[in-house]
Design a binder for this molecule. Structure first.
Ligand SMILES: [Zn+2]
Length: 394
């Protein structure tokens, strides 16, 4: 169990600078979930804390094998599969996955503090659905092409199009009467993603009028206008420092394709998470929780998977271009034990904040019964964790 490294009281001098001797042993207490827990008291403010305070299991009513849940989730097991395997209720598994998703986001935030600026990004929307095929969604993914590092994820539900039978059309209309994505959501979401690019993407010094930074996308009709609206993109473009390259979606999906990195991530996402597998019957039921799982996938991909299975000695994806191996290892070592405090993030991106706070618009599951949406609770300590990250970033 992780010994606390600092006083939990944000107003105490031992919170930011704990030093060596800030706490004294203060006995034990007993809990049903965690057994005997060692308690400590701060020498400064006398506040007590314990080996639970910074634990990834903080406030859990049951202690789930989080690493095993992680591995199962990313091997294509549905949450119900995991529950059946370990004898936990679906709700207990959902809470564990939410916990892991926040830890993955915290790790990504913390790692972003040691990201090196990149000179190119590739982005694309990965098509999936939430609650039912009648509510398709795009998971817009920004990838650094050199290391295939996932930088940003955004979730957008949109209206189902394409060919439908009269029966399907009637059902979709009935559903849309209960809940429909707001007009302009997609273009707003893409603008948000573009606005956040500059945290990573920086054109190096231009030489000989060569475009220094590139943004690669497919021919999606909203990408061009979103880039045109963005003031920073406009600034770089006028200075001849930024180029937007469009590759048709029909181009062969080979290594030579400029969108290779994002196509590769797309394939892995479908491969690893059950809800994105084609024809799945275990679809996501809540947009924000779907994105908690997507962040589990992203962190696993970035920091725990070898860059190319056949050449594993080159290290993990995130270490290739965006960060260094030491920074990654500092986060992966205690990942399943200690809650990561993302206090070195230069910014807390809005895309990530909305997922953490479970604020993504999501269609109802039981729409026939007039349910208008499903809400997910975010525990107070998790709200406080993110607030601290935002405060440090500001
Ligand atoms: Zn204190």
């Amino acid at each position: 169990m992780p010994v606390p490294l600092r006083c939990p009281n944000p107003r105490c001098r031992y919170h930011a600078h704990p030093g060596r001797r800030w706490r004294i042993d203060y006995g034990f207490y007993h809990t049903r979930a965690h057994g005997r827990v060692r308690r400590y008291r701060c020498r400064g403010c006398r506040r007590t804390c314990s080996t639970q305070t910074e634990s990834l299991h903080y406030f859990a009513k049951r202690r789930l094998p989080l690493e095993a849940v992680w591995e199962a989730l990313l091997s294509g097991a549905s949450q119900r599969d995991i529950g059946r395997r370990y004898g936990f209720s679906p709700m207990a598994v959902q809470h564990a996955v939410q916990r892991l998703g926040r830890q993955a986001m915290a790790a990504q935030l913390e790692l972003s503090g040691s990201f090196r600026p990149v000179s190119g990004v590739v982005f694309d929307g990965l098509r999936s659905f939430v609650t039912a095929q009648d509510y398709p969604c795009d998971i817009t993914t920004v990838v650094e092409p050199g290391g295939e590092t996932i930088l940003t994820l955004e979730h957008t539900v949109f209206r189902r199009g394409g060919r439908m039978s009269p029966g399907q059309r009637a059902r979709v209309e009935e559903k849309l009467a209960v809940w429909r994505p707001k007009a302009g959501t997609m273009s707003g979401d893409i603008s948000r993603v573009v606005g956040e690019l500059w945290a990573y993407l920086r054109p190096p010094e231009a030489d000989d009028g060569v475009f220094a930074a590139t943004i690669d996308t497919d021919e999606h009709r909203l990408y061009g206008p979103a880039l045109s609206r963005d003031p920073i993109a406009g600034h770089f473009r006028r200075a001849g420092l930024l180029q937007h390259i469009r590759t048709p979606g029909s181009a062969p999906r080979t290594r030579a394709n400029r969108l290779f990195a994002v196509n590769y991530v797309d394939r892995l996402l479908r491969h690893r998470l059950r809800e994105h597998t084609r024809e799945t019957i275990a679809g996501g039921r809540h947009a924000s929780l779907q994105m908690h799982r997507a962040w589990c996938f992203a962190w696993d991909h970035n920091s725990r998977r070898a860059w190319r299975v056949r050449k594993p000695k080159r290290g993990v994806h995130a270490a290739q271009a965006a960060a260094d191996e030491v920074a990654v290892r500092r986060l992966t070592g205690p990942f399943f034990r200690r809650r990561i405090r993302p206090v070195h993030a230069p910014v807390v991106p809005e895309t990530l904040r909305r997922v953490w706070m479970c604020e993504l618009p999501t269609p109802p599951v039981r729409w026939r019964r007039g349910q208008r949406g499903t809400s997910v609770r975010v525990p107070a300590y998790a709200v406080a964790d993110l607030a601290e990250a935002c405060q440090q970033a500001a």
